[in-house]
Design a protein. Sequence first.
Length: 367
Amino acid sequence: MATIGESGAPSQNTINYDALLTTTLFKYRPTMVDNIFKDSAFLAALREFGGVEMQNGGERIAQPLMYGTNSTIKSYSNYQTLDTTPQEGMTTAFYDWREIGGTISISRKEERQNSGEAAILKLLEKKIGQAEMSMRETLNSQLLQGTVSSATFIPGNDNKDLHPLGYFLRKLNATDPTTGGNVGNIAGASNSWWRHQTAVLNSASVDTGNAFALNVTTYAGMKVALRRMYNHCSKGSGGSPNLVVMDQTTFETYENALDVNIRFTNTALGELGFDTIKLRGATCIWDEVVPDIDNGTTSLTGGTAFFLNTKFYKLVIDSETDVEVTPFIEPENQTAKTAKILFMGNATVSNMRKLGVAYAPILTIAA
């Protein structure tokens, strides 16, 4: 709060405080961004495996993709003419930008209660830490869980949130999301090449669109099922999954199924304090907010394993709104200084066939 003198102008002490708070917040911003990404297993893994991409603005996020081959590529001999038939098989998926924002505020009362440079900076440090934690948890929850609607997962807050994994990787892959439009403005229901891999692991009966079904009742069966899903996501060009995101119980069950000497871990994520195990060439992590795809709930019943290839799954962030901060200002109608923290981005997919979800892997399992 400005200290008003007889002239009505802020005192020099207040001006210095405003500059001190703003300068400190700006200097801390790179550390804040780093902490947000390294204190979440999922966000840390995305950054480690190249799943975070910057884009310099634009009306929407555009992800070019290929869904067919070039039929002119064929053998020929000597002076035989080459095929010049115009080719299709290329299109673009479009995703809307989503915004997350909040504020850090220091009231006049708090300023007076923490008088002195050291005290006010300590207060600011605590408030920055609170905002940092909240931004991390919000990003993580929106990307992994979303909101449940008719047993499917959609962006929450009236479709303002980022796209969650369950929005892309649904139980029924030929059914388009109930909210938010078709994924990338492309209808999976009418375009088979825009469908992810799915597998039910508590039944031998195949659900609509499943790549396969297995009734997993043993640790050995679980290893077979997860490796088979990995292989299905590896078909065709573009490589194999490099990240598998599980709920805690599925992760622990798969960990128990492995021999101790083959539980390879990811060193970079391990150094950040996260448990990881290997599934062929992919790193497995877990998070407490991973939802139950089989039952369409946020409460765990049968378990979930999302198979991602970060060549094609990206968190795209606006390069000018990557957890940006604004100067502290004091509104005319409040006795408080406020700075904004802003993020703009969204999760995107450019090749659905290279991603998959295995659901209910632990529903009937027994050692």
